[in-house]
Design a protein around this ligand. Structure first.
Ligand code: ATP
Ligand code: MG
Length: 387
């Protein structure tokens, strides 16, 4: 790391690989600060492409697209971990790239990620890596029940199987047919995530931990501050900062934790802003996306302090379909619009599909518990079931 990284001032042009909703918020934050943004995403309808200064509709490893970015951009970032690390390395020969290809290489592979955490003394659920069947034969009996997770390209609970015993683990591993991590099932008191930003000077700003509630493997509700007590709130922030420091990470990093029998365990990390950090747009002095721009351009980081409690609810494509699966029909947002403390966000996606993240809303309040109540009432009012 250079001692005095150069500031990249606006109106420079920035590149982002990936054009989903996280990328769209990055584009908006960068443009607010006076930058231009080029999005690279092969999907012509990518939400970030719709508001970017330019959208290259090409693959992430397309040599012409990467050459174009190298020629026109002053810095590059990503909005998803499955971007080819080689593309980031190619761009890094021409401009600052944050997060680095090295950091993304660790975060996009559960085996490297888990080993990195273990080697740096950061607590996780007990795990073994599974690259051949003998790894499962050798697993201790105390590893079960467990979850088998594919090492790469899993998300929203996809590429995972719940496992009762060794025989099931072997069957599931044969079905996945790829390198995996076998994790012991741990009892969960709660799940929380910490988003932080770190710039090339080593300055770090940590957001308040969010408590995350999943449904069918997909994030449903995020509550900030998490209802886990001050000690654990501080421990989670400290552990996330320690991890960022160990990786010499520059950019926005999200760290997911389990709280199991009162103990904090790291589940996984994402080298980018996080769904559970959407709340920062509405309830913090600086959003996670503004921090991503600031860290990328070596600006001083913004203040991560919240000015209110916040509860975020994801809006999935299921809402566009009735009980018989008929649709899609645009939901009636009247029940949300009538709540004055509720901020509705839609991502501009053309096609609604069950399980697809179409938008979210965040309820703000001085008191967390009343924000939870208002958000759950609003969630029910538009017909989201608690099943
Ligand atoms: P996402 O993309 O939504 O973060 P993912 O596909 O990367 O999800 P994980 O975060 O590894 O998957 O796991 C999804 C969920 O499954 C966790 O949030 C947690 O509820 C549960 N889970 C995963 N691992 C364990 C474990 N070892 N013990 C208990 N529950 C677990
Ligand atoms: Mg997860």
């Amino acid at each position: 790391m250079s001692a005095t990284p150069a500031v990249i001032p606006a109106p420079a042009t920035l590149a982002i690989l990936g054009g989903g909703q996280l990328g769209r918020y990055f584009v908006a934050a960068a443009q607010e600060l006076g930058y231009r943004v080029i999005v690279l995403d092969p999907d012509a309808n990518a939400p970030a492409g719709k508001i970017a200064n330019e959208h290259l509709i090409k693959g992430y490893d397309d040599a012409d697209a990467l050459a174009y970015l190298a020629q026109h951009c002053a810095a590059a970032t990503t909005e998803f971990e499955n971007v080819p690390a080689a593309s980031l390395a190619t761009l890094a020969a021409h401009m600052p790239v944050h997060p680095s290809a090295d950091a993304v290489t660790i975060a996009q592979d559960r085996i490297r990620e888990k080993r990195f955490l273990r080697d740096h003394g950061l607590a996780t659920a007990p795990f073994i890596t599974v690259e051949q069947q003998t790894d499962l034969d050798a697993a201790g009996d105390d590893m079960f029940p467990a979850i088998l997770k594919i090492a790469r390209f899993g998300y929203d609970g996809k590429g995972q199987a719940r496992i009762a015993d060794r025989a099931q683990a072997i069957a599931a591993w044969q079905q996945f047919g790829t390198a995996c991590v076998l994790e012991k099932m741990v009892p969960l008191d709660a799940e929380v995530s910490v988003v932080l930003a770190r710039n090339a000077h080593g300055d770090c700003q940590c957001f308040t931990p969010a408590e995350n509630i999943h449904r069918h493997g997909i994030l449903d509700v995020s509550i900030t501050p998490a209802r886990i007590g001050d000690d654990l709130l501080q421990q989670a922030q400290a552990a996330a900062q320690a991890l960022a420091q160990e990786m010499d990470y520059v950019g926005v990093l999200a760290v997911e934790f389990f709280i199991s029998n009162g103990q904090l365990l790291i589940n996984e990390m994402a080298p980018r802003p996080h769904n559970s950090g959407h709340y920062t747009i509405d309830s913090c002095v600086s959003s996670q996306y503004e921090q991503q721009v600031r860290a990328l351009c070596s600006l001083p980081l913004g203040d991560a302090r919240p000015h209110s409690a916040a509860v975020m609810v994801n809006l999935l494509g299921d809402l566009w379909f009735d009980a018989n699966g008929q649709g899609p029909h645009e939901p009636d947002w009247t029940q949300l619009n009538r709540v004055p403390t509720l901020k509705l966000h839609m991502y501009g996606k053309l096609a609604a599909r069950p399980g697809r993240k179409m938008g979210h809303f965040t309820v703000l309040d001085q008191a967390r518990d009343s924000a939870v109540q208002t958000a759950l009432d609003a969630r029910r009012a538009i017909g989201i079931k608690d099943d």
